[in-house]
Design a protein around this ligand. Sequence first.
Ligand code: GAF
Length: 385
Amino acid sequence: MGAQQVRDGFAELYGTAPEGVWAAPGRVNLIGEHTDYNDGFVMPFALPHVTLAAVARRDDGVLRLHSADVPGGPVELRVADLAPGTDDGWTAYPAGVVWALREAGHPVSGADVHLTSTVPSGAGLSSSAALEVVVALALNDLYALGLKGWQLARLCQRAENVYVGAPTGIMDQTASACCEEGHALFLDTRDLSQRQIPFDLAREGLRLLVVDTRVQHAHSDGEYGKRRAGCEKGAALLGVDALRDVPHDGLDAALAQLGDEEEIRRLVRHVVTEDARVERVISLLSSSAGARAIGPVLTEGHVSLRDDFRISCPELDLVVDTALAAGALGARMTGGGFGGSAIVLAEEGGVAALTEAVEAAFAEAGFTAPRVFEAVPSAGARRLL
Ligand code: GAF
């Protein structure tokens, strides 16, 4: 659905034109997984898949939320009654953003919102962040709040952590708010400093495929939170603010210090080596080696997530193993894990054979057919109309 259709859908639904239409994308993360709540490094880029929102202000304290993708009419809420933990449906994400804005002192007095999305949900591609960021950006513009992308990302993260109750980091919201076309975003999650890294695979004859395993995942269930708590325990045992503060060349000493805390040792090893992998990818991309050389680093990241962080699943492992056997340069799961999507770096000429190999392997294993598409680094959140 395009911007004009969302605008028309709003008019039909609410009987008046919206004040504008905004878009916010989903993302894939190239490298830097489960590092964001450890103050570490991440490197996502935006997908062409977006959530669109047509929005108009209201001054009567009413918030009406509607999605063209969900059956039923608009959900009507009172902004003064918004409170964490009161909603466990999709509306918690946009309502949480309004709550977070108001809690931060921004005078949002109500809105009519009509949404639709092409970001696959539950696929590890940040459909929740796209939903939060598109609403935050629309309200930022309409209420002239003057907030920058990283500030909107922080508020959206607060909505997700406190209002929705999912203990996620800051990567997804920042990616959706701040990514730029043709670039990956190198983000230091400690201070939110950012660098746009040119990432034009087509110029090098390469492609990056996303393979959505169709295994649905959620961050509000326990496993994500357990990993996060384990990392925080590791930092406490090591006497550092966050695992980011354990240098790569101090990893052996840190692991020795953790003694027989085997589970914590594995989490720490993943996070410290993953931060180093982000730095390696950055330096390879800016060297003459180019993007072809990052393949093995991506695969190493997958092995670490599978064996140390333990958040892969048979479907994700099958994508990675099959793609590598069929000639991929590198492959790894992307996002929170326990399902969702994998990414595969491939030579342009190898894409068809790789796709067939993965599809055949899924069929043979009796898994649901995966959805495979090419990921092109696209624009971050923006106003369309
Ligand atoms: C999910 C979370 F939302 C992110 O904050 C991040 O932790 C990611 O999992 C893992 O890197 O997408």
